[in-house]
Design a protein around this ligand. Structure first.
Ligand code: BTX
Length: 249
């Protein structure tokens, strides 16, 4: 795998042919003090999404996790999720696939049959640890269905291989571009927000956001520089920092 990749990325890369979860491995490295390291696997046997949901990670995908130590208060650590989605979306678009960002953490490819969103191409899982009002580490996990057959993925998912009519993508170039963009955007909240907005599928849509304690329905009108969604419900503006979001039209 290291030979296939051979990236000159702004991160040191640890390669695995197969690993349970790159996020779990990255968390271990983070607690040992690592920084600016990326764990990259061809296959995950126990990939995870949010809320401990399973993430299918067959061989041929891009499953990676970056360990970062940003000088940020915990409330701003979600900036890294914004930077990662914008970076992944940009890299995918360079590979010729029209991906959009669905708040908070999905890349979708629009599909005529899926007017409420599209098929899921990628997902991002950010985990962090902080103390005394400071982030000690953040692990940003990106799962991108690159050279994977759709038969090996859940329904409603797609892959770069499928969207490119069976032509495999260069994972080396994809990861290199993704990590370069991520490195640029993670220190530049204004640029990250602009890049995010440029590719957003959620803005201007009517959405239903499910929070642990309530459900908000309204129009998604903006995203803040740390990635919170601004929803207009008719009588008020709500700023939501996390939750599951459904596009209603
Ligand atoms: P999520 O909780 O938003 O999405 C999980 C849901 O997405 C699943 O319940 C399933 O319906 C669907 N799903 C599962 N696998 C795939 C897939 N390969 N493609 C499309 N849809 C799928 C999103 O969580 C965050 C996922 C992060 C994955 C990365 S991979 C590298 C790193 N390591 C790790 O264990 N997780 C992250």
């Amino acid at each position: 795998l290291a030979v296939e990749y051979g990236c000159e990325a702004p991160f040191e890369i640890e390669y695995h042919d197969s690993v349970a979860s790159t996020n779990a491995r990255a968390r271990d490295l983070a607690t040992e003090g690592a920084s600016d390291v990326v764990v990259l696997a061809d296959e995950q046997t126990g990939g995870r999404g949010r809320l401990d949901r399973a993430w299918s990670s067959p061989s041929g995908g891009v499953w990676l996790s970056a360990v970062c130590r940003p000088a940020l208060p915990p409330a701003r650590a979600t900036l890294l999720t914004v930077a990662a989605s914008a970076a992944a979306c940009g890299a995918v678009r360079e590979a010729g696939v029209d991906a959009r960002i669905k708040w908070p953490n999905d890349l979708l490819v629009p599909d005529a049959d899926y007017e409420r969103g599209g098929r899921k191409l990628a997902g991002i899982l950010t985990e962090m640890e902080g103390e005394a009002g400071r982030v000690s580490w953040v692990v940003v996990g990106i799962g991108l269905n690159a050279n994977v057959a759709v038969d090996d993925l859940p329904a409603d998912a797609t892959s770069l291989l499928a969207e490119r009519d069976g032509e495999p993508v260069s994972r080396r170039r994809l990861v290199q571009r993704l990590l370069e963009r991520f490195d640029d955007l993670r220190d530049d909240p204004a640029a990250a927000r602009e890049a995010w907005r440029a590719h957003a599928a959620t803005l201007g849509r009517r959405v239903r956001v499910t929070l642990p304690s309530e459900t908000i329905v309204g129009e998604a009108v903006d995203v803040t520089d740390v990635g919170a969604l601004v929803v207009e419900t008719g009588d008020e503006r709500r700023v939501v920092t996390a939750g599951d979001c459904e596009h209603l039209r």
